[in-house]
Design a protein around this ligand. Structure first.
Ligand code: PBG
Length: 342
């Protein structure tokens, strides 16, 4: 933001109240005035809608802790993709719930796994819709951690990279437009870049969950994705919520390894991180308004404690104001509808 060059507010406000020409309420008097001086505008194109896909047909299973969010089979997923196209949102982000989980998460690179099948079906029906795939092991491992385990139960960073590389290539082969690794292993952007390039996908961008915090706000997602760790937590790979400088080290590393788009996650409680990353890198920046952020607004609105639509739009505009270009949000369709109604 640039400083105004004329008389500083300090000088003007310093005058006796009756002599100061400054009255900030003048520009707030009518909606017509407010509209022309609005600094941040939301646009449907910046919304990315997360979707959960599993095998089967005709399935649309509600997630109890996320009203309005479902696990769907591929045929129902394609209907949601149609809604996304109609709403003019930026794209969708796919998460898979596999039929089979094991210690290494082998369903993650199954060319007939739910994500691969989902991508193919969406691309066949709506080739113009941007399809991003989440690359991680936690939905696919029987222990629910984001990688393979060492003998003593720690997540083995470098062994996990090889599995993520297979998963990313499987998504690319199915037709994904962007690959989005969310595992928080060190060096995964570089390893995925190398694997994608070798497999003939040097044109595919990587959107890195660069600064992803070990957050209580992921609670409802773990019901949606069936990915709650069976022991321990994710604090040895996801970031400590207390750390901001470390976020810049994380993002710089991902930039150096070739990340095309960066992400900060969660969003609402991390607006300072969004602003800092934007300033530091200048890369396209996404922010993920996670499940808990969504569910808190939904729950309070259901009880009549807040106006759900207004809280939705305020939470989104705050994320954009902090510097996010893309916003991953379960509100994507509702927010696009609200923008159209304005
Ligand atoms: C998987 C992943 C998670 C989310 C996105 N990708 C969960 C986690 O790390 O536990 C959370 C999304 C949300 O809460 O909406 N690694």
């Amino acid at each position: 933001m640039s400083e105004p060059s004329m008389l500083s507010d300090e000088m003007l406000f310093g005058l006796e109240p009756s002599r100061s020409p400054v009255r900030l309420r003048r520009l707030r008097r009518t909606e017509a005035l407010r509209r022309v001086v609005r600094e941040t505008r939301l646009n449907a194109a910046q919304f990315i809608w997360p979707l959960f896909v599993r095998s089967g047909t005709g399935l649309r299973t509600p997630i109890g802790s996320m009203p309005g969010v479902f696990q769907t089979s591929v045929d129902e997923l394609v209907k949601d993709a149609g809604r996304a196209v109609e709403a003019g949102i930026g794209g969708v982000l796919l998460f898979g719930i596999p039929d089979h989980k094991d210690s290494v998460g082998s369903s993650a690179w199954d060319p007939h796994g739910p994500v691969a099948e989902g991508v193919r079906a969406i691309k066949a029906a709506y080739p113009q819709l941007l399809v991003i795939t989440d690359v991680c092991m936690c939905e696919y491992t029987d222990h629910g951690h984001c990688g393979v385990l060492t003998g003593d139960g720690d997540v083995d960073n470098d062994a996990t990279l090889e599995l993520l590389a297979r998963e990313a290539v499987a998504h690319a082969e199915a037709g994904a437009d962007i690959i989005a690794p969310s595992d928080m292993m060190d060096h995964r952007v570089g390893r995925l870049r190398e694997a994608l390039d070798e497999a003939g996908f040097s044109h595919l961008p990587i959107m890195s969950y660069a600064a992803k915090y070990a957050s209580a706000f992921y609670g409802p997602f773990r019901e949606a994705a069936e990915s709650t760790p069976s022991f321990g937590d994710r604090r040895s790979y996801q970031m400590d919520p207390s750390n901001a400088r470390e976020a810049l080290r994380e993002v710089r590393q991902d930039v150096a390894e070739g990340a095309d788009i960066l992400m900060v996650k969660p969003a609402g409680a991390y607006l300072d991180i969004i602003a800092a990353v934007k300033q530091d890198t200048g890369l396209p920046l996404a922010a993920y308004q996670v499940s808990g952020e969504y569910s808190m607004i939904k729950a309070a609105a259901e009880r009549g404690w807040i106006d759900g639509d207004r809280a939705m739009m305020e939470s989104l505009v705050a994320i954009a104001r902090a510097g996010a270009d893309l916003i991953i949000t379960y509100f994507a369709l509702d927010a696009a509808a609200a923008l159209r109604a304005r």
